[in-house]
Write a protein that binds this ligand. Structure first.
Ligand SMILES: [Cu+2]
Length: 639
């Protein structure tokens, strides 16, 4: 780990300066997308102050595309959701808002064979038995009430409850024996993921685009509903309505391996398509590529995993900024957006460790990253549902433990809350479920057994490191960090000009902060967010790049991701269909290549850690790790 007391001088490589992508003028503040934004070419103008920065403006100028009448929007009303919009705009404005921001919905009657399979040779497609919308009912809590609350427990403790374990195995065995015509069968359950994730459904009203539930704010809710019905089906098959799924407790040392119950070769929980090198190994929660190396000892790996968890869960929880819900859950995705959004991005919850656990588990020998490394096949591994159970638990912890307060825990937009999906329930009846009904697990009839959260409190080793750096250790829960003056690293003052491809080398650049020396109250209300905009092109490999703040280390792409004090986060993406074949993402039109994508990282706590809260600017380092050949960085800003 780089120490803060050793001054390092960094120079930007000449390739950055001689790059053909360099524009004539700097474009460091080209992208601002908050609240209302343009969709489908409609105009969205924003007032800017002299710095080109709209951060502090309460009002935003919006142009009605039908009448060309400009409206002045009060940002505070945008935060209030549609109700606030009506108040601000009157009925005409409300109509405009409706056309601007309708929820994205699947046209479930037009399921088509997904061509996302890695080389087309897998004789399967993703469509479940056709939904009959005449008999499809809207989800109602009273129709799915259970008398006993289901309690999901850690998978590594499964042997303590043999009866439950036998039930689980029996239920999966029955599920695997059901005929393909039954939507509750194992293969049909796997197809649910394939259909919603590999573009089998067109977007309702926008049949030229396909729905994809990953890399957006749909991700947490879709997977919660998916597991909800999967769990109910398993319970039904063994006639135990209180049956609960386990969770893969990868955020705890005891759970940082593939759980034993999934490794018994004669068990219905077994799947041969897993990485044989990882069966007994301590997980690397930032893993995306074998090429990153794996010579780290277990204790160090554990410490890094815990720090990663801490940065993913606790850091974005420090402020009460309602906008930060999108940082955690994923970026907006609305009707009219192309697959994965015109400007869209996965939230923290999805990027890591969710994506890395998928890649960690998938086969290292079979082509196409089966099963866990490809969307179409991930649901074939029973471990998938156990993994997503912990992802879902992270959402629940983020909501209930880290944000017990009264401010919004989810985006307040109606086009988010009113998005819906179709599933088959435990009686094979079709049901339409809404995002808005997915926020409360207790209301859905289940909860997670409490387990120690090592990432909530700092570890001993990290405390020592922190003391060496003359700072007070971070405290659990709400963080209070008092920093002392440090000898700072000498960092480059160079601002690179964008766009810039990430293909050639590490990018280091200075980024100005819109506001320094912020008051305590301001920091509590507003999360300072690093926004990295980029074009994301086709890739056969899993995609990953890492971001560090004020780090003088000379990072190399081939090194293992270092989770240190300066680490801010990573962008990761599982390709559609995975590596090895030409079929991945082939269902996307050519113009969809080079999609605008965004990575947003919370900075408040990180800047405290780095004693950089009074600085005018920060230095951002972007390290390409895997599949970044087609990535072009188009904007690096602080909002
Ligand atoms: Cu997943």
């Amino acid at each position: 780990m780089a120490t803060l007391s050793s001054p390092t001088i960094i120079t930007t490589t000449s390739i950055l300066l001689n790059n053909p992508f360099l524009p004539k003028t700097p474009q460091l503040s080209a992208h601002h997308h908050r609240g209302v934004r343009s969709v489908n070419g409609k105009v969205s103008c924003q007032t800017k102050n002299n710095n080109g920065n709209d951060e502090n403006n309460q009002f935003q100028l919006i142009q009605n595309p039908n009448t060309n009448t400009p409206y002045l929007l009060d940002r505070r009303n945008i935060l209030l959701g549609l109700g606030g919009m009506y108040a601000a705009l009157g009925s005409e404005g409300a109509n405009y808002y409706n056309t601007l921001a309708a929820p994205i919905l699947p046209d479930v009657e037009k399921c088509t064979l997904s061509d996302a399979l890695w080389d087309g040779s897998v004789g399967d497609h993703c469509c479940p038995p056709p939904f009959d919308l005449n008999i499809t009912k809207d989800f109602e809590f009273k129709n799915y009430h259970n008398h006993v609350k289901k309690v999901r427990r850690p998978a590594h403790k499964a042997y303590e409850d043999q009866e439950w374990l036998n039930d689980y195995k029996r239920a999966i065995a029955i599920m695997k024996s059901l005929p393909m015509s039954d939507p509750r069968s194992h293969m049909q359950q796997a197809r649910v993921h394939c259909a919603y994730c590999d573009g089998s459904y067109p977007v309702l009203g926008h049949n030229d685009t396909r729905l994809e539930v990953h890399a957006s704010w749909l991700f947490p809710s879709f997977h919660r509903w998916y597991l909800y019905f999967y769990e109910r089906i398993l319970g039904k098959l063994i006639n135990k309505p209180d049956f609960a799924l386990p969770y893969w407790n990868w955020d705890h040392r005891d759970g940082m391996r593939i759980p034993e119950i999934f490794k018994e070769m004669d068990s219905p929980l077994f799947d041969p398509n897993r990485n044989t090198n990882h069966l007994d190994k301590m997980m690397n929660l930032s893993f995306v590529s074998d090429e990153e190396g794996s010579d780290v000892n277990e204790d160090d790996q554990y410490e890094e995993n815990i720090l990663l968890m801490r940065k993913a869960m606790v850091y974005p929880s420090v402020s009460d900024d309602p906008n930060k819900a999108e940082l955690f859950l994923g970026s907006p995705y609305r009707a009219g957006d192309k697959m994965e959004g015109d400007v869209s991005g996965a939230g923290i919850l999805e990027r890591m460790p969710h994506n890395s656990v998928h890649v960690w588990t998938r086969s290292n020998t079979i082509k196409g990253n089966q099963d866990m490394g490809a969307f179409w096949s991930a649901g074939r591994d029973p471990l998938f549902y156990c993994h997503h159970s912990n992802v879902d638990r992270m959402w629940s912890l983020w909501t209930d433990v880290l944000h017990g307060g009264n401010f919004p825990k989810t985006p307040e937009y109606d086009d988010y809350r009113n998005a819906y999906f179709y599933f088959y329930d435990e009686n094979a009846n079709p049901v339409r479920v809404y995002v808005r009904d997915s926020f409360d697990t207790e209301r859905l009839g289940y909860k997670y057994e409490d387990q120690e959260l090592p990432w909530m409190s700092i570890t001993q080793q990290q405390q020592q490191q922190q003391r060496q750096q003359q700072r007070q250790p971070l405290l659990g829960g709400r963080l209070k960090t008092r920093t002392f003056s440090l000898v700072k690293k000498v960092l480059t003052e160079l601002k690179v000009m964008l766009p810039l491809p990430l293909k050639y080398s590490v990018i280091k650049t200075k980024v100005d902060r819109p506001k320094k020396s912020r008051t305590k109250e301001d920091k509590l209300e507003h999360e300072e967010v690093l926004v990295i905009n980029f074009k994301l092109g086709k890739s056969k490999d899993f995609i990953k790049f890492d971001v560090y703040i004020n780090d003088g280390t000379d990072y190399k792409p081939e090194d293992k991701t270092k989770i240190n004090l300066e680490y801010a986060g990573s962008f990761t993406s599982l390709t559609h269909g995975g590596g090895g074949g030409g079929g991945d993402m082939s269902h996307m039109a050519e113009e969809d290549m080079g999609k605008n994508t965004v990575l947003k990282l919370a900075l408040n706590q990180l800047l405290e850690d780095l004693d950089a809260t009074d600085d005018d600017s920060i230095q951002v380092t972007i390290v390409p790790k895997s599949g970044t050949d087609s990535i072009v960085i188009t904007g690096i800003d602080i909002e």
